[in-house]
Design a binder for this molecule. Sequence first.
Ligand SMILES: Nc1ncnc2c1ncn2[C@@H]1O[C@H](COP(=O)(O)OP(=O)(O)OP(=O)(O)O)[C@@H](O)[C@H]1O
Ligand SMILES: [Mg+2]
Length: 501
Amino acid sequence: MSKEQIIEIRHMCKNFGPTRALRDVDVSFYRGEIRGLVGENGSGKSTITSILAGMQKATSGEMFYKGQPWAPKTMVDAQRHGISMVLQEANTIPNCTVAENIFAGRFDEFSKLGIVNMKKVNEAAQQLLDSFGISHIKAADSINDYGFEDRKLVEIVRCVNDDTEVFVVDETTTALSLEGRQLLYKLIHKLKDNDKSVIFISHDMDEILEQCTDLTVLRDGEIKGNLTREEMDAPDAVKRIRYLMVGREIGEAYYREDYDSSHRPEVALELKNLTFGPIKDFSLTLHKGEIVGFGGLSGCGMHEIGRAAFGLEKLASGSVVREGKEIKTCLEAINSGIGYISKNRDTEALILAGPIADNIVLPSIPALSHASFISPKAEKKLSDGEIEGFRIKCNNGRQWVNTLSGGNKQKVSFSKWTAKDSDVIIMDCPTRGVDIGVKQFMYKVIADMKKEGKAIILISEELAELIGMVDKLIIMKDFEVTKEFTRSPDLKETDIIEYMI
Ligand SMILES: Nc1ncnc2c1ncn2[C@@H]1O[C@H](COP(=O)(O)OP(=O)(O)OP(=O)(O)O)[C@@H](O)[C@H]1O
Ligand SMILES: [Mg+2]
């Protein structure tokens, strides 16, 4: 049975100044499919889907939706017509309630004579949250009370309703924990089964192969191929897809290959009996040349431990100690050689309205300045080195961070701490949204840092990454440590999961 086409894109081009983000793209989307959209960082995935969902306009080309010309004016306009998208970046409205976020732009459904019945808005929102299986989020609460992951779930609830015909998920799963991901997978399969169309963007090849029914590959703004499910099941599918993505073969090895979990005897950082919020009496000694990993489900407390180690949490008791000195603020942490890659890159890790180069050199300014003078040459050398090393896709270092693709922003957020030559780096989901080639590079940087005697805390939602990279793995559940594992070739994901749930 041939599938019914719902979206047709013809000859689409999009330029941003000298950057040609999309070049003559022809692609169609069909009912009853979950079409994966893959490609390296900056290949144009978000650009295509954001044009489709009304966030920006193409430079040229045509779009058709259910056979009619399609030119949405705004995201709200697109959603009213059944096309909605969960963005790669955080997209909730701060200082509003959860319910207001869910029904933003749709209050007319709840108003009489111009007065909005907030009680009804809250009730309807809570009903929706409950129906999505996320009753722990309360409609009347301020969105500010919720963390990044819960906000993403609220966005999903906002996007999907009975009128949804096309649902775009842009690199959302890396922001979610295992449970959040399961919820999203169930949802997209339900949409597919109801003959809707799902466009699913991800850098996780396993996830793509497990969840998608079809696949479109992009490279440098061009469509390089479309694969059917049958082709995705072929034994050499991964190799073929990667080849289409990057235009060359990519090796398989990307995690650490050694199983030597030894470290230097010197202590790099000590967390002594930390008690704050729901965390009670947590201690850890991190040594030079050691990588300690943290894994767990959402709300297990691992992200909070990372924040505390960087002086970002107010402790009720206990202390963070480095080289005999207590660290109480993040400024003290930075001055003592600690770096922190935040999971929340847009709000905590980057100055979006500023050049890439400034973001990269920021933590290194004390090291670069001599008698209050910073050599522009030294600054440029440092930032250009990182841009090249991480292959940050940009015109030059003066380009603003908010014009970069998601994965390229993540590279900036990572490289500013490696540029500084930090002795201790706390990494919270450091490879979020980066493509496989860059992941490979980041893992090599991490492994080299260990060899140089640097100390690393790696907090991650990806078990494979933890198993592949860390010397010691701490699993947490409900703000407590449930198990510790030592690096071993025998360690399997299934051994770990039972201590997480
Ligand atoms: N507002 C903008 N100004 C300038 N360039 C932009 C802008 N938005 C996107 N680009 C550029 O367009 C290209 C495609 O970006 P896009 O965000 O579509 O990539 P992507 O495939 O979604 O990548 P990622 O996997 O990193 O999210 C990139 O080179 C990016 O820097
Ligand atoms: Mg993107």
